[in-house]
Design a protein around this ligand. Structure first.
Ligand code: MEZ
Length: 534
């Protein structure tokens, strides 16, 4: 049920629906996209970025909020912990309990290494769980990894590291088989063929899904596998500092019990950072679709020991975050809604763009439309415009929404909005960190040995913009890859004397650069109170 103030606009949307369904919106030209992004995409707002004064990316610009935590004090001094008596010893230490961390743990275990997961919340409390629309893989006869590569490379503005993107698309069909074998209940036709759909920027239907809770279904399966294998999981325990050995190689982490604040030492032959994204940094004041723990911790941990970042200045604003009602402000409205036929419509009931442009272009287009006088609506939370969900039933027939996107129907249904009959209000929401730590094709950071990274904490796989469904894919492909290579590397590693000397070195850099800050990092949890540094 919508408030009175929306009724005349709703009537306009309804009146135009039949005509809008038949409409074939034209795609933008490359030049139109460039101009649009430069004027309206948040990544292009120069005033929102700050140059780093210290560390391996000194001189690079990153979001102001990220600069603040990258150039912050450690939560500890080296003298706070006794490195000679580790509380845990393992071959492969995996920091993060989402899809990438779980995949790494399963493969490290499979390779015969001892693996251990530490996570500041619980295993599965991660962005993987929040992913809805699906996972890409070119496994149909009309498709190929080469075509998948071309789509993703173009969508990412030709900036992806080619060897990483190539691995992503070539390993994708096997990733689907692996998940299917582990027990993921993908949507299938009666004959067992996987149901696949389009996403923004895909030239073939290659989105595999479990309705619109694909991430939850994948995470459920991975978590079961980790637990069945009896891989140790230390939950409610955050990694707050990496430990190096005397040779400068990664050799473990200082952990902090989230409740008691007790400090613990984990010694390892190799370390995998799989800490996920950064939506809870709320860059530029945006709401987020991300999990509560998405605070860019891995970037801080890696940066402080000298690991380089790649494209840390590029973020993804998912075009369709819920803009109304307030209780779900910023929550993800899956792109699958548009894959199934819903179009974006302004306050006057006009279609203003092709619904499946790539995400950065779609988000910028929505922002432009909302800013144009009379075309956006004041939702009470900010601006928004309509995503005309009843089109889905008109195109696919009654029952399509309940069958294909039941989570969306439930989410809005709780607030009295029946998306089969009424459109929904949307606006871009902070969704994904395109950039992250720079890795090679084995998943190891390019400049700190024995330090691996997987999942959203990696930069460079997708370039400067990611296509839908390539993130669930990358956590599997690069999670598995990191687990396999971290286990293999661990076989030959002799860990030297453990040190935390980098903490003091970093402090000196802060001082020498004249940085005045009270901030400590990693942030670990968002701060929705007036207190500082919780
Ligand atoms: O890849 C994603 O971010 C994704 C599948 C999101 C969605 O719209 O469902």
């Amino acid at each position: 049920m919508y408030a009175e103030k929306f009724q005349s606009s709703l009537a306009a949307v309804e009146a135009a629906r039949e005509k809008n369904i038949a409409l074939e919106p034209v795609r933008m030209t490359a030049q139109q996209k460039e101009d649009l992004l430069a004027e309206f995409h948040p990544d292009y707002k120069q005033g929102e970025f700050r140059e780093l004064s210290i560390g391996p990316n000194k001189g690079d610009k990153v979001p102001t909020e990220l600069a603040e935590i990258l150039q912050a004090h450690s939560r500890i001094k080296a003298s706070d912990v006794d490195l000679t008596k580790p509380d845990y010893e393992t071959d492969v230490l995996i920091i993060g309990g989402g899809g990438a961390g779980a995949s790494a743990a399963i493969e490290a275990d499979e390779a015969g290494a001892s693996a251990m997961i530490v996570t500041k919340l619980r295993i599965g409390d991660a962005n993987t769980m929040m992913a809805e629309g699906g996972i890409q893989a070119a496994d149909k006869p009309n498709d190929s990894p080469a075509t998948h590569f071309v789509d993703a490379f173009g969508g990412g503005h030709y900036a992806a590291k080619r060897e990483l993107l190539s691995k992503l698309v070539c390993d994708a069909p096997d990733a689907i088989l692996w998940l299917n074998k582990l027990g993921v209940e993908f949507d299938k036709e009666a004959d067992g063929t996987m149901v696949t759909t389009h996403g923004g920027g895909t030239s073939r239907k290659r989105m595999h899904a479990a309705k619109d809770y694909s991430g939850a279904e994948i995470m459920r399966t991975l978590r079961d596998e980790v637990l069945n294998r009896q891989i140790p999981v230390v939950d409610f325990t955050a990694a707050i500092e990496l430990i190096l050995d005397e040779n400068g190689n990664a050799a473990g982490a200082v952990l902090m019990n989230m409740e008691t604040k007790e400090l613990l030492v984990a010694k390892a032959k190799t370390v995998v950072i799989a800490t996920g994204g950064a939506g809870r940094m709320h860059y530029q004041g945006f709401p987020t679709s991300n999990h509560y723990g998405a605070t860019a911790d891995g970037l801080v941990l890696g940066y402080r020991v000298g690991a380089k970042l790649l494209y840390a200045e590029t973020l993804q604003y998912h075009p369709t975050g819920a803009a109304y009602p307030e209780q779900i402000y910023g929550a993800l409205v899956t792109e699958k809604v548009r894959s199934l036929g819903a179009k974006l419509v302004n306050a006057k009931g006009e279609v203003f763009m092709h619904p499946l442009e790539t995400r950065d272009v779609s988000a910028a287009s929505i922002i432009r439309e909302c800013n144009a006088r009379g075309n956006g609506l004041d939702t009470g939370n900010g601006l928004g415009l309509w995503l005309d969900t009843p089109m889905i039933e008109a195109i696919g027939g009654p029952g399509t929404i309940e069958k294909r996107i039941p989570a969306m129907m439930r989410m809005f249904g709780k607030y009295g909005i029946d998306i089969r009959k009424e459109p929904i209000l949307v606006y871009p929401t902070l969704h994904y960190q395109n950039g992250g730590l720079d890795i090679n094709v084995n998943g190891e950071t390019t400049n700190v040995k024995n330090l691996f990274v997987a999942g959203e904490a990696v930069g460079g796989i997708h370039g400067r913009n990611r296509l839908m469904g390539n993130s669930l894919l990358d956590i599997i492909v690069f999670g598995r890859n990191a687990g396999i290579n971290a286990a293999k590397t661990a076989k030959d590693v002799k860990v030297g004397k453990l040190t935390l000397d980098h903490i003091e070195k970093f402090e000196k850099e802060i001082e020498a650069a004249g940085i005045k800050t009270d901030t400590v990092s990693p942030k670990l949890l968002p701060n929705y109170t007036k207190q500082k540094n919780i």
